[in-house]
Design a protein around this ligand. Structure first.
Ligand SMILES: Nc1nc2c(c(=O)[nH]1)N[C@H]1C(S)=C(S)[C@@H](COP(=O)(O)O)O[C@H]1N2
Ligand SMILES: [Mo]
Length: 154
């Protein structure tokens, strides 16, 4: 019996300032163009790790969910945060500008596969080839929240 028949399918909730919030399985993430990357990162406790990942660009998936900014106004995007949470509560932030092609354009993936293992049961994993440390490679992602409500304190 294949693993997908005995393991429940993981789901990822996209929420926040989005016109089209969504609940996505790893199979749904195969609808976007899949990118492949070999990534190396360092873990403070287990040392250097190297993996092969494939999956859609986080930017492609979030852009299709309709983030609440005017796409013609680049400055409007700079206050948007992206909060990513894993099954175990591990939680980290990206800025929209980090993955936006008009700004840092980091090739961040929502991996559907790690090495030769599909992530249908475990849930997608964040892949940030620009990060030296592995701490933001969040596995088992259950929620991604886009938040455009950030304002300056001054
Ligand atoms: N959900 C979740 N993802 C996580 C972590 C975690 O504690 N929870 N730890 C991170 C850290 S600190 C590292 S170094 C990498 C380790 O990935 P590896 O087990 O594939 O080497 O996973 C990251 N992803
Ligand atoms: Mo780590």
């Amino acid at each position: 019996m294949s693993q997908s028949l005995i393991q429940p399918l993981a789901r990822l909730a996209l929420s926040g300032d989005l016109a089209r919030p969504a609940l996505l399985s790893v199979a749904d993430l195969l609808r976007w163009p899949q990118h492949r990357v070999r990534a190396t990162f360092e873990c403070a406790t287990s040392g250097r790790r190297r993996h092969r990942f494939s999956g859609p660009l986080l930017h492609d998936v979030l852009a299709d969910a309709g983030p609440g900014f005017d796409p013609e106004r680049r400055k409007d995007r700079l206050r948007f945060l992206i909060a990513v949470t894993g099954t175990d509560g591990h939680h980290a932030l990206l800025s929209w500008a980090e993955i936006d092609p008009d700004f840092a354009h980091a090739p961040v993936l929502l991996a559907t596969r790690i090495d030769d293992t599909p992530l249908d049961g475990a849930g997608p994993q964040l892949v940030l080839p620009q990060d030296r440390c592995g701490a933001r490679y969040i596995s088992g992602i259950t929620a991604i929240r886009v938040d455009g409500g950030y304002r300056s304190w001054s």
